[in-house]
Design a protein around this ligand. Structure first.
Ligand code: PNS
Length: 170
């Protein structure tokens, strides 16, 4: 029987954006399955959304793509997680050149930790070059409109966070 090729797409996904969705769809053209994996670090977590909120949004957003997209969260080293789920491919998105240094350092560190695990970089679609979860949060917190940059469910949750959710606009 042919092997299933599974890739891990790790990140904070705080929250998932249309850029992430684009990357998942691109990855599915190359791999059979993708695991969208939220890295958690309880000792220094400054995320806007809890892990369960982030997982819920990811599940909702990728529901239409069926079983080929799984969602998960993990604590500890990414390379150990990769071992646990039996994948040796880490997918990361590259937007502008400014992403490169950070990504290069992580890829080299992960390779040093576990040489059999490869990091593959996918180029983000042109329309998503400037989207980041951090900027999306900042814009919404200041009352700006990010529709078109995030899925509808994420837009709704962001608005809830910055209004009734108790977080004030600064
Ligand atoms: O979306 P992000 O914040 O750029 O993702 C960074 C992430 C989650 C991929 C990275 O911080 C990570 O892999 N964290 C897990 C812990 C780990 O393995 N750290 C060493 C990375 S070299």
């Amino acid at each position: 029987m042919a092997r299933t090729h599974v890739a891990i797409y790790p990140g904070s996904f705080d929250p998932v954006t249309n850029g992430h969705i684009d990357l998942v769809k691109r990855t599915l053209q190359v791999f059979d399955e993708i695991i969208v994996a939220i890295a958690t670090n309880p000792s220094k977590d400054s995320s806007l959304f809890s892990v369960s909120e982030r997982l819920e949004m990811i599940q909702e957003v990728f529901r239409g793509l069926g079983k080929r997209v799984r969602s998960d969260s993990f604590e500890g080293l990414l390379v150990d997680y990769a071992d646990r789920v039996g994948s040796h491919v880490i997918i990361r998105g590259l937007r502008a050149i400014s992403d490169f240094e950070y990504e290069f350092q992580m890829a080299m560190m992960n390779r040093g930790l576990k040489p059999k695990i490869e990091t593959l970089f996918m180029m983000t679609g042109e329309s998503y070059f400037y989207i980041s979860s951090r900027l999306v949060k900042e814009v919404v917190s200041l009352g700006g409109d990010v529709s078109g940059l995030v899925p509808t469910i994420v837009l709704k949750k962001l608005k809830e966070k910055f209004t009734s959710g108790g977080l004030s606009r600064q």
